[in-house]
Design a protein around this ligand. Sequence first.
Ligand code: AOF
Ligand code: ZN
Length: 361
Amino acid sequence: MTDFDYMARAIELAEQARGWTNPNPLVGCVIVKNGKIIAEGYHERVGEWHAERNAILRCEEDLTGATAYVTLEPCCHHGRTPPCSDLLIERGIKKVFIGSRDPNPLVSGKGAHQLRQAGIEVIEDFMREECDQLNPIFFHYIQTRRPYVLLKYAMTADGKIATVTGESKWITGEQARQNVQRTRHQYSAIMVGVETVLADNPFLNSRMPNAKQPVRIVCDSQLRTPLDSQLVQTAQQFPTVIATVSNNMQKIEQFQAFGVQVLQCNEQHKRVDLHDLLQRLGAMQIDSLLIEGGSQLNFSALESGIVNRVHCYIAPKLFGGKTAKTPIGGEGIGDISQAVRLTLKSTELIGEDILLDYEVL
Ligand code: AOF
Ligand code: ZN
């Protein structure tokens, strides 16, 4: 096995915790001595041991002279757990391959520096691109303290998200819908506009077995969410937030009585100021937000520039109809030069549907 194989294994280990570490990163670690893997570990859940500590503490062999492969620069600060750099030094590790740099201001180069100071050979940026792919959410959140935003929609091959009568169940097939469930598990919160609540009365939970449940958010400037909606009725079991600009205290108290948290946000053009909302969600430790429509909220989100990533599912169906809804509504733009520009990261065939994964420029 080569250095590349060991780091690839560390990435594979890191992946296993997807959805469970937020707002911490996904991190994997492999330790090799005399051409043999003698320890493996990954960061399993936020608040628990880091990847390196898991690998080291589970290994009974002497680590003196061994080489460690870590997908993220080892930390050197006392957080919820003690510094990993100290432990690597203490156990006599001789060489460390690092994938991603850690932009956390508490670490940011100081981890690698500390290892070098102790005489360890450190190789940085090793398979950095692959390692960086693990943590777009962490890198964004640790630097901005605002959630990383993914906009997701499913449409027909003629660009419709519903028929002329408003029917939308289902556009994509079973496998694509399962993929959405996995995405919900990876994001800390999921948001829809009030029109979607009125039209679909959604539940917005993750139905994957053992899934982590995202915080459910309704963007509802005038508090039109019905008290008998599924979201309000299940707010005691699943955290539920309504973001509004309304001051109607009587209504707010009614929602609160069901366990809904009401966030009174700043106003922008009579709607919720999405930048203010993101700031508040970030302060609540929400590092990632999945926006699932409707078309008005999708446009507002894109227009305000809060969207980092777009997932577009295309189903092999055609609906037609001049008034059938499309994924992005709102006022739109007049001039092509104002278009939101995207970079295609990947395309994937999921069952009979296509997933286009874009980054917003
Ligand atoms: C690593 N390996 O496996 C992780 C690291 O307060 P804590 O203990 O939860 O630490 C969180 C910070 O530690 C996080 O922001 C990131 O900078 C680093 N995470 N570092 O070397 C790991 N999870
Ligand atoms: Zn650490």
